[in-house]
Design a protein around this ligand. Sequence first.
Ligand code: ACO
Length: 338
Amino acid sequence: MRHLLRRKARLCNPSMLARSQIVGCGAYLPERIVTNIELAARLDTSDEWIRQRTGIGERRIAANGELTSDLALRAAQRALADAGTSGSDVDLIVLATATPDNTFPATAAKVQAQLGMSHGAAFDVQAVCAGFIFALGIADNALRLGQARTALVIGAETFSRILDWEDRGTCVLFGDGAGALVLKAVPDPGSRGRGVLSTHLHSDGRQYDILYVDGGPSSTRHSGHLRMEGREVFRQAVQHLSEVVDEALAANGFNAADIDWLVPHQANSRIIDGVARKLGLSAGKIVSTIERHANTSAASIPLALATAVADGRIRPGHLVLLEALGGGLSWGASMLRW
Ligand code: ACO
C-alpha cells in the first residue's frame, strides 16, 4: 500500500520522476553567406545602418532546393553524433519552425524518417522566434513524465523564403539555419544536478498583428511575407524578456550573478543589451552570434548554444539561461544546468 502511495505521489509530482539531461548539441548553417554590403548593392540600405541598429553583419541563405528539413536533419545528425547515439535511440522529436517544408505533415516527420527512427512521436511546434523554448519545454515535460526516454529538440528555419526582399525594414534582419539538442531522461539528480531546471512560457494573442506573415493556407492560400512593426516589437521584447528572466531566476532561487551564460534569441543586439542591462549582467556572460547568423528565428538559440559549446565557453555544470520572444506574441525562458 505504502509503495502504491509513493508511486502515486511521484506521478503527481513530475519533477520527482526524472530530469532531462542535455547529452548532445549540434548545428548546421547553409553555405551561402550574404553580407550587408551585398544587400546594400540592391537595396536602399547600408552596412553601417544594419550594424548600428541590429548588430548584424551577415546571414546564411539556404540554396535553391535546400529545405528546412535538410537543415534540421544535418543539425540533428550532429547533435546525435555529439551524444554518441543514433536516430534509432530517439523516441521523441519536437521541431520548432515557422517555415515548414509543407503545410503538413510536420517537418519533424520527414526528419524522423531520414534519421531511420520508426517508433515514438515526431511533431512540429510553432511559436516563431520563441519556438525553441516552447519545444524544449514540451520535450522536457514528456521526459519527466516518462512518455519518452530520448528526445531531439530541433529549431530549424528558412526565413529567406518568407521575406519580402523589397522591404528593407525586414529583409535585412533574418537568416537561415538549424540547431538541435539531444535530451535524455535521467533519475532526478537533485538541485545541483545537470539538466533542464525550468521552462516558463507566455503568449499574448492581442499582439498578433505586430509581427505576422500576411498569408497562409486558410486565409490567402499562399505562404505570404513577414510583416513587422519593428519599434513596437522591440519595446515589448525588452519588457517581456526582462520579466520572464526574473520569473526563471525566482523559480529556481538564483540571482543574476549566479548565471554563467545568458543565451538569448538573437533578434537584435540592442534588445539583448537592454535585457542584460536590466539584469545587471556583464557583456562577457552573453553568447551573441547575431553578427554572423542574423535572426534565424527558432534556430537562433540552439545555433548559439552549439557555437559556445564548440569554442569551450559553455562547459558541464555551467548555469545557462535561455530567453526568446517571437510572433504571437509568444515568449519564454529556460534555465539549464549544462
Ligand atoms: N536600412 C536603412 N534604413 C532603414 C532600414 C534599412 N535596412 N530599415 C528601416 N530603415 C529606415 C526607416 O525607413 C526609417 O526611416 P524614416 O525615419 O525616414 O522613416 C528609419 O530607418 C527608422 O526606422 P525604424 O523602424 O524606426 O528603425 P528602428 O531603430 O526601430 O530599427 C528594427 C528597426 C531594427 C527593425 C528594430 O525596430 C527592431 O529590431 N525591432 C525588433 C525586431 C525583433 O526583435 N524581431 C524579433 C522577433 S522576429 C520573429 O518573431 C519572427
